[in-house]
Design a protein. Structure first.
Length: 84
């Protein structure tokens, strides 16, 4: 049985307004990891986002900061808790 993953990147402004910037789906853990890496690198290059790390945490989140705005990559369901 395969699991479908949703990978989103959102941005929260200093005023607390949150917007989804991009959303993708993946059919495997590997595809989800590749999408996370691509989004992380793309927003580092584009908006100079400084990320907390290179991987999502056990809740499926990876946070970053740029110009006073918080960026979050979210993977649902979290990669670390998924079992085939």
């Amino acid at each position: 049985m395969s699991e479908k993953f949703t990978i989103e990147i959102s941005r929260r402004t200093g005023e607390g307004v949150e917007e989804t910037l991009r959303s993708h789906s993946a059919d495997s853990i590997l595809d989800a990891e590749v999408l996370v890496d691509s989004l992380r690198e793309s927003y580092f290059q584009r908006d100079s986002v400084i990320w907390d790390g290179e991987e999502v945490d056990s809740r499926g989140h990876l946070n970053g900061l740029a110009k006073g705005e918080v960026y979050t990559i979210t993977v649902t369901p979290p990669l670390k808790t998924w079992r085939p």
